[in-house]
Design a protein around this ligand. Structure first.
Ligand SMILES: [Zn+2]
Length: 210
């Protein structure tokens, strides 16, 4: 598996200083319990689209939505996309950030003279940029921690986390015996791969996978 980091800017990654590329590796490795050295990490360049001076808000949204399709063309899936640097025209940056937030992909800007990245603050949700529960499709969610959210409709918990964090949410054991529907809680995590199913709300033991 190749873990990907998007470069949504007009600074091609093959011209980045080595230190900046190292920072990408640090960001990705920090999302795992074990910072293994040979984890495959690829930077995917998504050229920042040109925004014409007369473009209105809708036009910007459309341009960014079209540009985002390139992510699917180049990556195939957003699973394994661990972060994105976004730099360019300001309103288009916000449009990108909203898409990234919906996909639970953390967004960063380069820190400039010293190699590094700074995370963008999370956007205030308005129903479009907020994460959507994969269990019931509701956007009424609240953050539990960075990239992990709880659904305020079905009580499901979902997002991206490390294996260690995952164990805080889901017990590795199977639930024994029957489990009433009201006691079932949906979970859906992207750790190394997707893990989703139902667990017992109190014991967090797994009732059903998938
Ligand atoms: Zn839900």
């Amino acid at each position: 598996m190749i873990y990907r980091f998007l470069n949504i800017s007009n600074h091609p990654s093959d011209k980045w200083p080595k230190e900046q590329v190292d920072e990408v590796r640090k960001i990705v490795n920090a999302m795992f319990d074990n910072p293994i050295a040979d984890r495959k990490i690829g930077i995917v360049d998504i050229p920042f689209p040109q925004i014409p001076p007369d473009a209105d808000t809708q036009a910007v949204t459309d341009i960014v939505t079209t540009a985002w399709e390139l992510v699917h063309d180049k990556c195939g899936t957003i699973i394994g996309v661990m972060g994105a640097m976004v730099q360019g025209e300001m309103t288009a940056v916000v449009a990108f950030l909203k898409i990234l937030q919906q996909c639970l992909i953390p967004a960063y800007a380069a820190t400039g003279e010293v190699a590094g990245f700074r995370a963008y603050p999370a956007l205030v949700g308005n129903g479009n940029g907020t994460p959507q529960c994969p269990g019931c499709n509701s956007t009424r969610t609240k953050p539990v921690r960075n990239q992990v959210h709880e659904c305020l409709v079905c009580g499901g918990i979902f997002g991206i986390c490390s294996p260690r964090e995952y164990r805080e949410y889901v017990s590795p054991e199977w639930h024994q015996g029957p489990c009433d529907l009201k006691d079932r809680q949906y979970f859906d995590f992207e750790i190394r791969d997707r893990s989703h199913g139902w667990m017992h709300r109190q014991t967090r033991k797994i009732v059903q996978i998938g």
